[in-house]
Design a protein around this ligand. Structure first.
Ligand code: FE2
Ligand code: FE2
Length: 162
């Protein structure tokens, strides 16, 4: 049984997202001033490289060629990030970076949630496992980004209120 078209399309988009994030996470990291935020982004960059590999394995297990498909959502998130950075004073850039990271993880989690449901229905346990490994790292990255938003907001509470 082949993965149904909408889910195959979603898998192709997620491959694109992961490949793009391998390129853009170092840029986000270079913009981050907070040491912990910087370290978290570095850690998730390493995980994201694994995400690409696992997705390629998932395609192969499904008997398909790994074929990335452009994601409009990721492009919107990236544009939004650039706009926010240009509109925000430098001392609050870390808050924007953490918020953009959280938004990206939410998007990845939504994609993996739907894909896992579809693949589980096909009985492809090996592929479910690969996707679940990626999902759990996205969830962890989201929690770290949320904590970073809290920490940075507290540190700059006067500037944010002003
Ligand atoms: Fe990922
Ligand atoms: Fe991620």
């Amino acid at each position: 049984m082949a993965l149904q078209e909408p889910f195959m399309s979603m898998l192709c988009e997620q491959l694109y997202v992961e490949q793009q994030l391998v390129e853009t996470l170092p840029k986000l990291q270079s913009e981050a001033g907070d040491a912990e935020l910087n370290q978290n982004l570095q850690h998730h960059l390493e995980e994201t490289r694994e995400h690409v590999n696992r997705l390629e394995d998932a395609f192969r297990a499904l008997g398909q060629e790994p074929k990335p498909k452009k994601s409009a959502v990721l492009e919107d998130l990236q544009k939004k990030h650039e706009t926010l950075m240009s509109e925000t004073p430098k001392n609050l850039h870390d808050a924007v970076i953490a918020a953009s990271a959280a938004a990206t993880e939410h998007n990845e989690i939504a994609a993996y949630d739907a894909l896992i449901c579809a693949v589980r229905a096909m009985g492809q346990k090996d592929v479910v496992e690969l996707l679940e490994q990626n999902l759990s790292q996205e969830q962890e990255a989201l929690q770290k980004a949320q904590k970073a938003i809290e920490k940075i907001t507290k540190e700059h509470s006067e500037e944010l209120v002003a």
